[in-house]
Structures are given as structure tokens and as C-alpha cells.
Design a protein around this ligand. Structure first.
Ligand code: ADP
Ligand code: MG
Length: 242
């Protein structure tokens, strides 16, 4: 599981994560909601070892992401897809997907590229396997990004607003893939503004507000707006999002 304990992160004098506790167990889909600037991306970056923590601890299957020797093990278990398409522009879809399996997992290139084509087929992109990122639409690029993450056979998939730069039609293509992954039991941490979609795929909803995790509830309870102390903040947030 992913375990986040008492995590603090500041940029200069601004505290961005203020004592976050969160567990994500195998098979769960946990959606992280919250206004812009509430710290969602920073939390994902901390889970990935991309930010140095100012306090607390994050472990992925007991590997501490703050320890350089353990980070590579943690990163073998989790893969991240970011908001902005971060594919290598000089590589085709297949080459982008096969890169890490070849370099990190030492899978023979031929095998890795065959696996990449199978993944692309599973997201409806077999015909675009040899296209470069510039020749793909935004939605297609994000689907390649998901394939690239899945190629590492991660136990955990971290997704940071991967549809927020897409138009509605492309968004639904990408969300359909996530629904399939969720159905297959993929463990996901899903930062999103797609509230109604989060409702359909999540086991739990977590709500961040000003760097604090103010709600962590089973999905049905969250949407029943039974957030206890946090209820007014959830209601206000949901009314803005809808
Ligand atoms: P969210 O993803 O919820 O919109 P972020 O995690 O991106 O929020 O940002 C939370 C806060 O941290 C924001 O106020 C943002 O300006 C600030 N922040 C994020 N990254 C940096 C950084 N590298 N340097 C300084 N401030 C940052
Ligand atoms: Mg963000």
C-alpha cells in the first residue's frame, strides 16, 4: 500500500501540505478533489519522490521515497501520468512506451515494443503506434501517456488531472480507459476535476483544502454531503465544480 504520514511541505514561507495522512490500499481507487492551489499536485509529486518533504514520511510497499536507496524500488511500483503531455517529441508512440521497460526493467527492445503495441491496441490506438507526439491529438497523447505508465506494470497508478487540458470528447475517451482499469482492479490515486466521473469509479474521495486533508470518506458518504465538520466546504466546492 501507499502510506502518507504527517507529510509537510513548504515553498519558502508558504506551507503547501500541512500534515497529510493518507493510506491507499491495493485495489482501491482514491480520488483527490480540491480547489486549484490546494496542494493536490504537490502531494502527487511528493509520492513520486519529486519533492523533498519538510516533515513526515511516505512509503510505497514499505519503501521510503525520501531515501535515495529505496526510491528506485518505490518508483518501480508506482507510475505517474501528469496533466501536461510529457512524451518525448523525437520518439514515436511505441518508442515512448518501450523506453523505460528497456532502460529500467532491462526487457529486450523487440519484446518491449511488441508489448507497447499490445497496450496501444488496448486503448484503441494501434493505428497510431508509429506516430510522433506532434502527429497525435491531445487525447491520443494522454492515452499514450497512460500506456507508458502501464508498460512498467506498476502496482499503483498516480494520475494528476490528466484530462484537464482536453476537450470533452477526448476527455471521455481517456476516462473510458480509466474506467476499464478500475474495473480490472488497478490501484489508482486520481487527482481530478471530473467530479461525476470520480463518483462512478472511486472507492474513496479525499478532499484537500489549503494543504490539509479535510475529508477522507467512502464515495457514497462523500456525495451524501455527510462530511461532518467539513460539510459546508464540500458543499461549496461541489457547487462550484458542477
Ligand atoms: P493544486 O495541484 O491543488 O492546484 P499545487 O500542489 O500545484 O496545487 O500547488 C499548491 C500551492 O503550492 C500553490 O499555491 C502553488 O502556487 C504552490 N507551489 C507549487 N509548486 C511550487 C513551487 N515549485 N514553488 C513555489 N510554490 C509552489
Ligand atoms: Mg495541480
Amino acid at each position: 500500500m501507499i502510506s502518507v504520514r504527517g507529510v509537510r511541505k513548504a515553498f519558502g514561507s508558504a506551507t503547501v501540505l500541512d500534515g497529510i495522512d493518507l493510506d491507499v490500499h491495493s485495489g482501491e481507487v482514491v480520488s483527490i478533489l480540491g480547489s486549484s492551489g490546494s496542494g493536490k499536485s504537490t502531494l502527487i509529486r511528493c509520492m513520486n519522490g519529486l519533492e523533498k518533504l519538510d516533515g513526515g514520511r511516505i512509503t510505497i510497499d514499505d519503501f521510503d521515497v525520501s531515501r535515495p536507496k529505496e526510491l528506485s524500488e518505490a518508483r518501480k511500483r508506482s507510475a505517474t501520468v501528469f496533466q501536461l503531455f510529457n512524451l518525448y517529441p523525437h520518439m514515436t508512440a511505441v518508442q515512448n512506451i518501450a523506453l523505460a521497460p528497456v532502460e529500467v526493467l532491462k526487457i529486450p527492445r523487440k519484446q518491449a515494443e511488441a508489448d507497447a503495441r499490445t497496450l496501444l491496441d488496448s486503448v484503441g490506438l494501434s493505428a497510431r503506434a508509429d506516430a510522433f507526439p506532434a502527429q497525435l491529438s491531445g487525447g491520443q497523447r494522454q492515452r499514450v501517456g497512460i500506456c507508458r505508465a502501464l508498460a512498467m506494470k506498476p502496482r499503483y497508478l498516480l494520475l494528476d488531472e490528466i484530462t484537464s487540458a482536453l476537450d470533452p470528447e477526448m476527455t471521455s475517451d481517456v476516462l473510458a480507459i480509466l474506467a476499464k482499469l478500475a474495473h480490472d482492479g488497478t490501484t489508482m490515486v486520481f487527482v481530478t476535476h471530473e467530479i461525476e466521473f470520480a463518483r462512478t469509479i472511486s472507492s474513496r474521495i479525499v478532499f484537500l483544502d489549503k494543504g490539509q486533508l479535510v475529508v477522507d470518506l467512502p464515495t457514497a458518504e462523500f456525495f451524501a454531503a455527510d462530511g461532518g465538520m467539513a460539510k459546508p466546504r464540500i458543499a461549496q466546492f461541489l457547487s462550484k465544480m458542477r
